[in-house]
Design a protein around this ligand. Structure first.
Ligand code: CA
Length: 318
């Protein structure tokens, strides 16, 4: 029996999600991976998750479940906004890897999550690195799972900072703000790592990429491949000098909370109706709304400790 903590990952697997999955596979006992609609075309995301597990040498050991392909409030086949411009057509830096050997499971992600939580009450932590559609739907289908989930780590939103998909909103909350609202008010203890933590602490610049390349492992090669497009995108659109790793940062915080050097409990909610601000996360730092403090918000990271963790993961995959 592994003494590692158990986690389930909910992901819209593209680029940084893959490195977050590798990070979780390294530090946790991953019970399963759930796919939710987000970054790129849904079946491509499923394939990306399966391929990532293969890169880690764990094909057949970690089940991958398909979840909801579209946000809660979408109508019919209405598509949400995908971001092939950020991560490449395949979401993997235009690497177009071979098809993975593992196939996805037959059951629905939401049923897998509900069943896993009931079979392991108080034991399964959740790592949410995608729009929160699957987790919201699981909570709707069976609200009794909430008190059995010890902690939910969310990459999403911003803490009074610039968004990435619109000026006001971070992508995961923007795609499905209703789902985010349901999850934030679920009563599950939550840690949120927002986009501004990513831009302040997770960027890997050209020099970092040279160090990573010098590791010379299968993991470091994979990292270079999947980040090829986002490097160009960040430089031209976000004026950020390097690749961004929000999902990996979140997975690292979940694995070792000590790298989070500052955090506070705040009331956090999500705008669902704003004309210009749909998906904006309200973080009530001064408690002006006088509502319950439902989310621990990450406010600073030990950047070099995070980088060490990332390097440890990439070195171990050979
Ligand atoms: Ca993601």
């Amino acid at each position: 029996m592994s003494d590692k903590r158990k986690v389930i990952i909910d992901t819209d697997t593209a680029a940084d999600d893959t490195i977050a999955i590798l990070t979780a596979l390294h530090y946790f006992q991953v019970e399963g991976v759930m796919i939710t609609g987000g970054n790129v075309q849904f079946d491509q995301q499923v394939e990306n998750a399966l391929y990532t597990i293969q890169v880690a040498g764990k094909s057949g050991q970690v089940p991958v479940y398909k979840g909801y392909e579209r946000p809660l409030m979408s109508i019919g086949e209405q598509e949400h906004r995908t971001v092939e411009d950020v991560h490449g057509k395949d979401g993997m830096g235009d690497s177009f890897f071979d098809k993975a050997v593992q196939a996805p499971e037959k059951g629905h992600a939401v049923d897998f999550l509900i069943d896993a939580v009931h079979r392991n009450p108080g034991e399964i932590h959740l790592i949410a690195i995608a729009p929160l559609t699957n987790i919201a739907m699981a909570l709707k289908k069976d609200p009794t799972i909430a008190p059995k989930i010890p902690h939910l780590y969310i990459m999403g939103g911003t803490n009074n900072a610039l968004g990435n998909i619109t000026p006001s909103a971070e992508y995961n909350f923007y795609v499905d703000p209703e789902a985010a609202r349901i999850v934030l008010h679920s009563g599950i203890p939550i840690t949120m790592v927002g986009w501004e933590m990513c831009t302040q602490y997770s960027i890997m610049d050209d020099a970092d990429h040279e160090e990573i390349e010098a590791l010379g492992t299968k993991g470091s090669k994979f990292f270079q491949d999947v980040n090829r497009v986002v490097m160009r995108f960040n430089k031209s659109v976000h004026r950020l000098n390097g690749t961004t790793h929000p999902d990996t940062l979140l997975a690292a915080v979940a694995a070792d909370e000590k790298i989070m050097t500052k955090s506070n409990l705040y009331h956090v909610d999500v705008e669902t109706a704003g004309e210009l601000t749909r998906g904006y996360s309200v973080v009530d730092i001064n408690n002006r709304l006088e509502r319950p403090r439902n989310v621990r918000v990450c406010e600073a990271i030990d950047r070099s400790a995070f980088k060490d963790m990332l390097f440890e993961v990439l070195k171990a995959i050979n």
